[in-house]
Design a protein around this ligand. Structure first.
Ligand code: FAD
Length: 472
């Protein structure tokens, strides 16, 4: 019998339960649908689409060119394809975004009336959100008990399944469109440099994992906060598109460490846990991407100054570590986690710009843009999220820079106009005496901006705004 395998956020062959099951069932027709039925704000952003295009190219190669591409509403297309190919089963791996859940439920429902079976699997989470509850049946809102009690103590993640030895494809016609006609690649040439940093697809994911295990995993806890070194795994876009499963990563890391009791291992696994927690929150609180988790923030008065927001997006705020981060994002489609927190805090607290505006910018520019992790992290930074950083903890970007980018290597890489500033002033050029600025060739307001916010005054303004909200 013929079966459809609908690829979505599981663009891999290894450890792919839906593909495995379809192959066991009969002959396989692999398909991908660019879903036009989903709301514009949930459609992948520009950078993610760039990734998607290349990832689909890699997957299609891996499937010997059998992947069929479609564009449209899957609720209509899937039943049509079932009929066209006389498929007796459809297989997919589950997605957890609210719109995807609704769509998939409808498709399941409509196929119930046919002789085509539907089976779905978990391929992208270690613990699915619907299976984790507190003892009293409630939903966890704090990470540590969620992760320690709800996840780790309850069950071990499943072991990855190997790739099918051989995939048997159906001998049906390819009635799909070409990948290029999906128009995923940006018309703007801004993504040209991405290929120098990334290799989308299953192979690139495996390589990143192996590089990380060999070069950085054993020092992860110490190095992961230093943006100038490759101290983290950079697996986030690969995980988002499912080119590697968290299960593969989880067990590869455990195997790589001889002793299970290791602070670096624990720290890395718990970061995967944060990814799980983000999905958990999105699943149980579907308005997470658009509404304050903590309703108190509904009364918050944002300033939302457009010129300041633009300066932030362009890496022209005059705060070196913030500018370096925003430029890293633009140039490479990625930003180091520590710096994401710094730029996020600066936007939301020092500039008082609504976190949703930052979330949107990241959504468009991040290769790993992920509905769950992005919205949960922005709410965390804003102080409005579950288990969020308390609002009054406002990152000081100068102190953060001095601590995590001591010699300014990261800043100098992305803000070359500051390359000759001495360590002492690299994170606060506005404090440098005139002769030092002149020697470094920096003219504030000319070749590097003056700060758009006074850090001390804007910090106080943020605290006042928060106090006012609390009083409402
Ligand atoms: P590693 O340190 O190697 O961590 C391993 C994996 O754990 C990551 O690949 C990621 O899947 C997961 N992870 C690590 N930290 C977090 C975290 N805080 N929250 C959730 N998962 C985590 N991550 C995304 O994948 N997509 C996003 O859209 C996204 N937006 C963010 C927005 C803001 C404002 C902030 C502060 C963080 C955001 N993150 C997002 C989380 C984190 O910054 C990235 O996952 C991490 O930087 C990816 O780099 P890495 O793969 O080298 O991480």
């Amino acid at each position: 019998p013929v079966s459809l395998v609908w690829f979505r956020q599981d663009l891999r062959v290894k450890d792919n339960p839906a593909l495995q099951a379809a192959n066991d069932f009969g002959t396989v027709v692999p398909i991908f649908i660019k879903d036009t039925s989903i709301d514009a704000e949930e459609q992948p952003g520009g950078a993610a689409n760039w990734w998607l295009h290349h990832s689909l190219t890699a997957l299609n190669d891996r499937l010997n060119g059998h992947l069929q591409f479609f564009e449209g509403d899957p609720k209509k297309l899937i039943p049509e394809l079932v009929e066209k190919f006389d498929a007796k089963a459809v297989f997919w791996n589950r997605c957890y975004e609210p719109a995807a859940i609704e769509r998939d439920t409808q498709i399941k429902q409509s196929l119930k009336e046919t002789d085509c079976a539907v089976s779905s699997f978990n391929a992208s989470l270690l613990w699915e959100p619907m299976s984790i509850r507190k003892q009293d049946g409630g939903v966890y809102k704090v990470f540590t008990p969620y992760y320690r009690k709800g996840c780790l103590q309850a069950s071990s993640p499943r072991y990855p399944v190997p790739s099918p030895e051989r995939i048997t494809y159906s001998s049906v016609d390819n009635i799909g469109c070409s990948l290029s006609s999906l128009n995923l690649l940006p018309t703007l040439d801004w993504a040209a440099d991405f290929t120098n940093h990334w290799q989308p697809g299953e192979k690139g994911a495996a390589k990143h994992l192996s590089d990380f295990i060999h070069n950085a995993a054993s020092g992860y806890e110490d190095q992961r906060n230093i943006p100038s070194v490759k101290g983290t795994s950079r697996l986030s876009p690969h995980l988002h598109f499912g080119e590697i499963s968290p299960n593969q990563v989880w067990y590869a890391l455990i195997d790589a460490f001889e002793q299970p009791d290791n602070k670096h291992l624990d720290c890395y696994l718990s970061e995967l846990g944060w990814r799980e927690f983000s999905y958990y929150l999105l699943f149980h609180f579907p308005s997470l991407p658009t509404q304050n988790f903590n309703g108190q923030f509904d009364h918050f008065t944002w300033r939302n100054k457009e010129d300041e927001f633009t300066a932030w997006t362009k890496g022209q705020t005059g705060i070196p570590i913030v500018d370096a981060g925003m430029r890293e994002l633009w140039q490479t489609g990625y930003m180091h986690n520590r710096v994401r927190m710094i730029v996020g805090s600066f936007l939301v607290k020092n500039l008082l710009v609504d976190w949703r505006k930052g979330e949107r910018w990241f959504w468009d520019c991040l290769l790993d843009a992920d509905r769950a992790s992005n919205s949960a992290s922005w709410q965390w930074i804003a102080g409005s999220g579950a288990d969020a950083a308390p609002y009054f903890r406002i990152f000081n970007p100068v102190l953060q820079g001095e601590k995590f980018d001591k010699h300014g290597e990261y800043v100098k890489k992305y803000c070359p106009e500051l390359a000759r500033m001495p360590d002492k002033y690299i994170h606060k050029p506005w404090d440098a005496p005139a002769n030092i600025l002149a020697h470094a060739g920096v003219v504030l307001g000319k070749n590097y901006p003056k700060p758009i916010a006074d850090l001390k005054a804007s910090r106080q303004r943020a605290l006042d705004a928060y106090a006012e909200t609390k009083g409402k």
